[in-house]
Design a protein around this ligand. Structure first.
Ligand SMILES: Cc1cc2nc3c(=O)[nH]c(=O)nc-3n(C[C@H](O)[C@H](O)[C@H](O)COP(=O)(O)OP(=O)(O)OC[C@H]3O[C@@H](n4cnc5c(N)ncnc54)[C@H](O)[C@@H]3O)c2cc1C
Length: 603
């Protein structure tokens, strides 16, 4: 049982940027419980049996196959991992939810999308916001795969600006129903779902209202054809039209005007789960790529021996390792928050809602980082395959097309970058995370005399951890200056916000990789974690380079003259290693391990 002191000591969402985190305080994928490992293995076995061998079939717009696989996933309980047992789910923790989402999503984006839309935005709004009656009526069906859910927020004129939807809900004269009229677009699972979560506006309300709408095609519901898409070919995506569709008043979800809040909170969870959904695809792409590289001979040499290929494999594996570290670190933070709230007497619903909201910054960071790393991974996967990578007969081509959507849905990566910084600034203003005092301290440090002492970096990863502290100072210097200079107007300086978001992203991912390697080295010994330590160092080096570029861009666009000079000097100081790593050597260590194991080796 956690104590009161422990609660006060618990990390808050967004606080990582001002607080040192100890290696022993992070959860890593090596810490999965036996139960979690069993769950992971049964999902892996399911995917290898039911999805991976049919990969080609998924490219042929076989929507029935998607439905069939989803139905089987339901029978095995995979759709109800997060659902409380009283509603026929497995009632497992959030780390397990992430784990199932991770391993079920790697073989094809069609299933990743169908699974994500059903379990996330299709079911979760009811488990989080539904009344007891609504939950009893709908959740057991959704948890077991008897029914499937879809989520209707986007409209032709309302995408990123989600609250601007024109769909209307009008109360009938007898006050018993609402009649919903409007057009929804890009609705995943529309073709085979049984229930829609629909967002519509009542009268001239400021915010949308959510409704649970059963799919009765006799009740004013019609659909467009399947969209012709770049990827996720067997994921059903259609327009849905509502024409005076009658919905009982008791099917309002979360109260009148509450829809926008539901939409945003469902997305908070959706985003971190989307990061998880981009993990196993990286492992599979790395596995296929290294197998090909070991087999393919050019110039009488297996191409895996070439530095150019080894560089790619090392970078791909390093990103996947950091992505896993950051995703499960945040997932466990969410679990811990849920548990503390439960202990303090909150309902499960309330506890989950607050915990997801608390870590919304990390969720946005992860959505962006992991979706972009998967994109890079598939791109390099194609390159390793050479001409064969361009062929639809190899798995790289569809992986590359499928993952492209992850940068667009659940809030585009542009929107999520700006949200991450915006939410942190809001938390700072409200005093929930003290960013202002540390930012002031960094501003003072810029004008002070730097220390000329030689630091002691003899302990494992000591210099790397010192670098992370300095990267945090870069964010505080740039973000703090921007907030002071532009105040409320900051949101209009989008290019600055995007740069600041990259500072947050790079710092979180590099720190997570370092803490994972350090924690495991402390447990298993340095030699056993040699490759992981190399990856942590490599991920940090890449982060430092990117932070340097993005922060410089922000500084020279924001300030000039002496202020600019001072900030650039600060940046130089905060991104300077005492002992630069030998980057080629680090990549060699990683590439050798990947080549020898002929797969992503850290799973
Ligand atoms: C395959 C697929 C499945 C989907 N599934 C669903 C689903 O199940 N349910 C659902 O409701 N929706 C779904 N969507 C919709 C998806 O969430 C939206 O496409 C997404 O939110 C972007 O909206 P949009 O397409 O209207 O683009 P827009 O909002 O028009 O954006 C276009 C570009 O402008 C940028 N932009 C927009 N606003 C700003 C701003 N304020 N500042 C800076 N840049 C901005 C965006 O980042 C983007 O680059 C799906 C989409 C696809 C393609």
């Amino acid at each position: 049982m956690e104590t009161k002191e422990k609660k006060d000591d618990m990390i808050r969402g967004g606080q990582f940027i001002v607080k040192d985190t100890k290696a022993e305080d992070v959860f890593t994928p090596e810490d999965f419980s036996d139960e979690q490992k069993m769950m992971r293995d049964s999902v892996k076995e399911f995917v290898d049996r039911e999805i991976w061998p049919k990969k080609e079939e998924f490219e042929k717009k076989n929507y029935d196959l998607t439905e069939e696989v989803m139905r089987k996933a339901g029978e095995l309980g995979f759709l109800g991992v997060a659902v409380p047992e009283e509603y026929d789910g497995l009632g497992m923790d959030f780390v397990s939810t992430m784990l199932v989402c991770d391993y079920i999503s790697g073989a094809t984006g069609s299933i990743a999308t169908a699974f994500g839309a059903h379990t996330g935005i299709g079911t979760l709004p009811i488990t989080l916001y539904g009344t007891d009656e609504q939950k009893k009526k709908y959740v057991p069906k959704l948890a077991t795969g008897e029914w499937f859910g879809a989520y209707c927020l986007t409209e032709p004129g309302s995408g990123s600006d989600a609250n601007s939807g024109k769909t209307k809900a009008v109360l009938t004269d007898d006050g018993k129903h609402y009649k919903i009229t409007g057009q929804k677009m890009w609705i995943s699972n529309a073709g085979f779902c049984d229930l829609f979560i629909v967002f519509a506006r009542i009268e001239d309300d400021k915010n949308l209202t959510g409704f649970i709408v059963e799919k009765d095609m006799e009740n004013g519901i019609s659909m467009g054809d399947e969209e012709k898409k770049l990827g996720i070919h067997s994921s059903s995506t259609r327009q849905v039209y509502f024409e005076e569709t009658k919905v009982p008043v008791e099917n309002i979800l979360g109260g009148r005007n509450g829809g926008f809040k539901i939409a945003m909170n469902a997305l908070n969870v959706g985003r971190i789960k989307l990061a998880a959904a981009c993990l196993d695809a990286q492992r599979r792409v790395i596995g296929s790529a290294v197998q090909y590289a070991n087999d393919r001979v050019q110039f009488k040499t297996p191409i895996v021996k070439f530095g150019a290929i080894r560089q790619k494999l090392a970078e791909m594996a390093t990103n996947a390792y950091a992505d896993e570290a950051a995703s499960y670190r945040a997932a466990k933070n969410i679990d811990d928050r849920i548990n503390i709230r439960l202990e303090n007497g909150s309902s499960h619903q309330e506890a989950e809602l607050k915990a997801f909201e608390e870590f919304a910054i990390e969720s946005s960071i992860l959505k962006v980082a992991v979706s972009e790393n998967l994109q890079d991974c598939t791109d390099e996967g194609i390159q390793i395959y050479g001409g064969m990578g361009f062929s639809a007969d190899t798995p790289m081509e569809s992986a590359w097309r499928d993952c492209r959507i992850s940068r667009i849905y659940e809030g585009t990566n542009e929107i999520n970058r700006m949200l991450a910084v915006g939410m942190l600034m809001k938390k700072a203003m409200k005093g929930h995370v003290d960013v202002l005092n540390p930012a002031e301290a960094v501003a003072d440090e810029l004008t002070g005399i730097p220390s000329f002492e030689t630091p002691d970096y003899s302990e494992l990863l000591a210099e790397e951890k010192a670098m992370i502290k300095k990267l945090k100072k870069v964010f505080l210097m740039v973000g703090g200056n921007a907030a002071k200079k532009y105040g409320e107007e900051l949101e209009n300086h989008q290019q600055l916000l995007l740069s600041a978001a990259d500072l947050l992203i790079e710092t979180y991912l590099a720190e997570s990789a370092i803490l994972r390697a350090e924690k495991q080295a402390n447990i298993q010994g340095e030699e056993a974690q040699k490759t992981q330590i190399a990856m942590a160092k490599l991920r940090l080096y890449n982060a430092v380079e990117k932070v340097n570029k993005k922060a410089k861009e922000a500084i020279i666009s924001m300030e000039d003259g002496d202020k600019q000079k001072m900030m650039l000097m600060g940046l130089k100081r905060f991104t300077k290693y005492e002992n630069y790593p030998n980057v080629v050597e680090l990549r060699e260590i990683v590439a050798e391990k990947v080549a020898q194991e002929n797969k992503y080796p850290f799973d």
